[in-house]
Unconditional design. Structure first.
Length: 91
């Protein structure tokens, strides 16, 4: 089941939570790209353009900007997910 990523007064057009996808964390709708994936890339020096041109070619600039807006509204949640992801050992 796909549900809106936020039940507060802020509505996000492209961001949802889907049971069984990315542990139920917020993702870009119709993808498996987590908000924390995008934010982690930005924090590591990628730009909006490099994300859509090289990292995730199936998302739009508008979706990246909405990820950043979601991050501003949910900084604690996303910071925790980014930190967990960065602490995972690389294969």
């Amino acid at each position: 089941m796909v549900t809106p990523a936020d039940n507060s007064s802020t509505a996000y057009r492209y961001i949802v939570r889907q049971a069984g996808v990315r542990s139920g964390n917020a993702i870009i709708q119709s993808t498996r790209v987590g908000i924390h994936d995008v934010v982690g890339l930005i924090q590591n020096g990628e730009t909006v353009d490099s994300i859509v041109d090289h990292c995730f070619k199936n998302i739009t600039r508008a979706q990246v900007y909405e990820c950043l807006a979601y991050y501003e509204d949910h900084r604690g949640e996303i910071d925790l997910l980014v930190a967990r992801q960065m602490s995972l050992p690389t294969p």
